[in-house]
Design a protein around this ligand. Structure first.
Ligand SMILES: Nc1ncnc2c1ncn2[C@@H]1O[C@H](COP(=O)(O)OP(=O)(O)OP(=O)(O)O)[C@@H](O)[C@H]1O
Length: 298
């Protein structure tokens, strides 16, 4: 298990991550999502001992990364595939990392696993971004680690590569590996993650299983009328929550479309549009990061 315990990091006077706490359980995929600059990479870099935090700690089964004697055997990571030495051949990168980490070299089987069987003799600098991502994943898997930290691993992969990596991640999860996987796109994570942790402006703003988040997906009724304030007020009087979206529609939760229709009819409010919208995981995410299109009514 990976545990982030109240991790805070400031650069200059600027808080970069603030009191970050969450758990990456074994045998689960934890999706780590947030907008650009939210603090995902910094949290991962703190965990991997690449940068220090002023407060708190991240532990792998209770141990600090820097205290691990042969880290590659316990923690695999892919932060930025551009770091890979450009002049080395792909096979040599794997052999070099294996030798320095006390891990049995198995470059041929790993290159095959990540779909680079024919590229082992090519220099890293000649590989495409997607191919370097695949090589980086091979490096992460060298020591058959129990924990994986993957920063935007789907970047640069073509649709076939994305499907391949999802399958590989599921397979590793089923073998008991605890995987922390970052992305900007929550719907992309929903296809693979068991848990979702949302970070925004350096703070964790949502943390739950996909099932827990699904419970929050209450449907909304959207109504367009020339008397939006009257309709919003009338539905609130019936115990609903109502707001206006940026297109001027009234957004009502807590009543069905049929009930909204009756409220409007009772007051003689003409409706130009009445629809029900499920709240997607993306809506919940956007609410959490304060990007929702819904503005609270008066
Ligand atoms: N070495 C640094 N010096 C100054 N600011 C930094 C440094 N490293 C990161 N930051 C700032 O910290 C904030 C968080 O960056 P971080 O890379 O962790 O975000 P992120 O969520 O991974 O973003 P992205 O999705 O764009 O990769 C950003 O505002 C970034 O500019």
């Amino acid at each position: 298990m990976i545990t982030f315990e109240n991790v805070s990091k400031t650069i200059g006077h600027r808080p970069i991550i603030v009191d970050v706490s969450f758990v990456v359980p074994d045998g689960r995929v934890t999706g780590f999502v947030g907008p650009n600059g939210a603090g995902k990479s910094t949290s991962m870099r703190v965990a991997l001992g690449l940068t220090s935090a002023q407060q708190g700690q991240a532990l792998f089964d209770g141990r600090d990364y820097r205290s691990l004697r042969l880290p590659l055997r316990e923690v695999g990571s892919l932060l930025d595939a551009r770091w890979l030495m450009p002049n080395l051949r792909a096979r040599d990168v794997l052999d070099y990392c294996a030798r320095t980490q006390g891990v049995t070299p198995r470059s041929t089987s790993l290159l095959a696993l990540v779909g680079l069987a024919d590229a082992g003799d090519r220099r890293v600098g000649q590989l495409s971004l997607g191919m370097r991502q695949r090589l980086g994943i091979a490096v992460a898997l060298l020591g058959s680690p129990r924990h994986l930290i993957l920063d935007e691993p789907l970047n640069g992969l073509d649709p076939g590569g994305i499907a391949w990596l999802r399958d590989l991640i599921r397979q590793l999860r089923d073998e008991g590996v605890g995987i922390l996987l970052s992305s900007h796109i929550v719907s992309e994570l929903a296809l693979i993650a068991d848990n979702i942790v949302v970070i925004n402006k350096g703070r964790i703003v949502l943390d739950g299983t996909l099932d827990e988040l699904a419970i929050q997906s209450r449907p909304h009724v959207l109504a367009r009328t020339e008397r939006p304030d009257d309709l919003a007020q009338a539905t609130r009087a019936r115990g609903a929550t109502s707001a206006h979206d940026v297109t001027g529609r009234v957004v009502i939760s807590g009543l069905t479309a049929r009930e909204v229709f009756h409220v409007a009819a009772h007051l003689g409010i003409a409706l130009d549009e009445l629809t029900t919208r499920e709240r997607s995981l993306d809506d919940i995410y956007r609410d959490a990061i304060g990007e929702t299109i819904i503005q609270e009514g008066e």
